[in-house]
Design a protein around this ligand. Structure first.
Ligand code: HAM
Length: 422
């Protein structure tokens, strides 16, 4: 087989139960976004490379080594979007939304692209569902974002999960923490990996994120001891609001984020059902980003969930044996002779109009036994047989696969019989 016949490394085709679960997750998310009064936005899957490097930070892993970039015929450099926030912020600034009201709340869903080293739960094309709330500096907006996310997970079903929260402070207090952290790391420089030593110079906070060095640095200066009074008050108010609504919140003073735009509140949703890549979703406040990209100074807060991981946790939690993802009742129509095909075909259309899920007819010459076992495998509730006798008498043979019984039903009464309505 030539390599062009392989799905590209780090990507996959979604089929069967998995793709059904994706669709169900999208449906739950749309409903919950509606409850919180968010509107959908669809941005392009590619933008100028510059938008991402300025938003996510030149020194973030994503910008340094994970973007899929390309040059178009006009010599402009673009990147496939590695995340959704930058494009939504670009839209907000480009359309001058700040002058059109105090608050804008948008949600999005779609594929994102990062050239990461593929492993379980980490893909090069993955799907995010996220939201961005512009215009509110209030801790209630952070709390709403966390509770909205939590609601999606509870309604969709992912089993247990924890919500880790932390504050990264603001431009006033963060430099003091950065200086103290840098001094601490300098003292321990000889114990650090080369990667951490490099990170230390550009963004010391990210050293705490290191899988190797992070756990060793237990006594590193913590941001919470450096928060200015405004940031500390913001965090306390936020905590008070979310802790009243859910017991899943844990303060994690070591929580730092891989993207540079965050200020104040950050959070991450973690599932024990996933392996090393345990983050179901993450996000936080980014009060400086709109201004930094050339827009007015507008505070904002948002999140994104990784749909691939959320679906994985959902399917593990539901258990492999549970097949019924669809809520439509399935009926299979079997034409037993060539002559009965037109009547069977017409019946299939009629059943679909009444809301039943009906697969296309199989060829009449296919053995009845095989057609029945295919219906059982597909999860059908009803099988309706039409052959010579049925054409003659106008009565259909109806099998109920859940009770394993068979009855004759007059053709004109079939819908009311199947739906149980007189
Ligand atoms: P992020 O933490 O980079 O944040 O990604 C959010 C979620 O996307 C992660 O928690 C994870 O579930 C999923 N994810 C990320 N990378 C991969 C991957 N390679 N394969 C599978 N899933 C992945 C952001 O993207 C921010 N834009 C979130 C945000 C919105 N902050 C404010 N507004």
């Amino acid at each position: 087989m030539t390599s062009s016949l392989h799905v590209p490394k780090g990507t996959r085709d979604l089929t069967g139960r998995e793709v059904q679960a994706f669709a169900a997750l999208e449906q739950v998310a749309r409903r919950v976004f509606g409850l919180f009064h968010f509107e959908e936005i669809r941005t392009p899957i590619f933008e100028t490379v510059d938008l991402f490097s300025r938003s996510l930070g030149e020194t973030s892993d994503v910008v340094e080594k994970e973007m899929f970039t390309f040059v178009d015929r006009g010599e402009r450099t673009f990147a496939l979007r590695p995340e959704g926030t930058a494009g939504v912020v670009r839209h907000f600034i480009e359309n001058n939304l700040a002058v059109q009201g105090d608050s804008h709340r948008l949600f999005y869903m779609g594929p994102m692209f990062r050239a990461e080293r593929p492993q379980a739960g980490r893909y090069r094309q993955f799907f995010q569902i996220g939201s961005e709330h512009f215009g509110s500096p209030e801790p209630a907006a952070d709390a709403d974002t966390v509770l909205m996310m939590s609601r999606i997970f509870e309604e969709f079903g992912v089993g247990e999960f924890q919500i880790h929260v932390n504050s990264l402070g603001c431009q006033t207090c963060r430099p003091k923490h950065r200086a103290a952290l840098l001094a601490y790391l300098k003292k321990r420089e000889s114990e650090l990996t080369e990667e951490s030593r490099r990170r230390m110079e550009v963004n010391p906070l990210r050293v705490l994120d290191s899988k190797v060095d992070g756990p060793k640095l237990t006594d590193a200066p913590a941001m919470k001891d450096f928060l200015c009074s405004d940031c500390a008050a913001h965090f306390d108010l936020f905590l008070g609001l979310v802790q009243k609504e859910t017991s899943r919140v844990e303060i994690n003073p070591r929580l730092v984020r891989g993207l540079d735009y965050y200020t104040r509140t950050v959070f991450e949703f973690v599932s024990p059902l996933l392996g090393a890549q345990s983050a179901l979703a993450a996000g936080g406040r980014y009060d400086d980003l709109v201004g930094m990209l050339g827009g007015p100074s507008v505070p904002a807060v948002g999140f994104a969930l990784g749909a691939d991981r959320v679906v994985e946790a959902h399917l593990k939690w539901r258990g492999e044996a549970d097949k019924a993802v669809s809520n439509q009742t399935m009926a299979v129509v079997v034409a037993m002779t060539e002559e009965s095909v037109p009547a069977a075909f017409g019946l299939a259309q009629k059943l679909r109009l009444a809301g039943f899920s009906v697969p296309p007819l199989l060829p009449a010459k296919k053995k009845l036994k095989n057609q029945l076992s295919a219906a059982v495998d597909a999860g059908a509730k009803w099988v309706i047989l039409i052959g010579e006798d049925e054409l003659k008498t106008g009565e259909l043979s109806v099998k109920d696969l859940s009770t394993r019984t068979q009855t004759k039903v007059p053709q004109q009464k079939i819908i009311s019989y199947l739906t149980g309505t007189p």
